[in-house]
Design a protein around this ligand. Structure first.
Ligand code: GRF
Length: 222
């Protein structure tokens, strides 16, 4: 087994955020070992991407389990069996059972396409446009039992331009997501970032406001 931090990724869809993680590793910017990519959708693009990169994959069908908790317990048991130390939700479109995820508190992050605490859940681009917001963004947060409700670690922001529609906004935000997620995972994997259930800590200082992604990378807010 490699001595690099061992990472599992869960994704339900095309997997562009997974691709960004793999690319960051290839560039030498993310020294981690991806030990498993899992999905609740056998057809997910993310699984094909992982296969192409020789990363073990796992596809579990929620319909073959009696309930959410049974699915999540099996999923997390298999992730633990992969040797993963950290878990990244990169477009994993399921609500997780609180008891099942408890062992992963502080070791699991999610990327969500809004400036949390705004717009938890679905259709975030549409909701930001409908609200008349002038800016939008993406957040990476520690996962808790509360949907999109765990402490926010870092955010990337985009201006909403007059005439923007959902697709245009999503398209402008996505490249920022692709920088944000590897940068946060890097902090967690190198143990610069921790969370024990109190305030998240960066370099042993409490992280009182989310980090901000700019041209230089992640910065603390002035
Ligand atoms: C991203 O917008 C992410 O923020 C959200 O789901 C989408 C996943 O896209 N959680 P992809 O599968 O990584 O391309």
């Amino acid at each position: 087994m490699s001595s690099l931090p061992r990472i599992a990724v869960l994704a339900s869809g095309r997997g562009s955020n997974l691709a960004a993680l793999l690319a960051a590793r290839e560039r030498g910017e993310l020294p981690v070992d991806f030990v498993l990519v899992g999905s609740d959708k056998a057809a997910a693009g993310a699984l094909r991407m992982a296969e192409a990169a020789n990363i073990p994959t796992l596809a579990l069908d929620p319909r073959s389990y009696p309930d959410r908790r049974a699915f999540d317990l099996d999923l997390f048991a298999r992730i633990a069996a992969s040797g993963a130390e950290l878990l990244v939700l990169a477009g994993f479109m399921r609500i997780l059972d609180g008891e099942a995820l408890a062992p992963w508190i502080g070791r699991m992050i999610n990327i969500h396409p809004s400036l949390l605490p705004k717009y938890r859940g679905l259709h975030t681009h549409r909701r930001a446009l409908e609200a008349g917001d002038t800016e939008h963004g993406a957040s990476v947060h520690f996962v808790t039992a509360e949907l999109d409700g765990g402490p926010v670690i870092a955010q990337a922001r985009v201006a909403i331009e007059p005439g923007d529609d959902e697709e245009q906004l999503a398209e402008r935000l996505l490249p920022l997501e692709h920088r944000l997620l590897p940068a946060v995972l890097g902090l967690l994997a190198t143990r610069r970032l921790r969370w024990d259930g109190q305030a998240p800590r960066l370099d042993d200082q409490p992280l009182l406001t989310p980090l901000v992604l700019n041209e230089q990378g992640l910065q603390t807010r002035e």
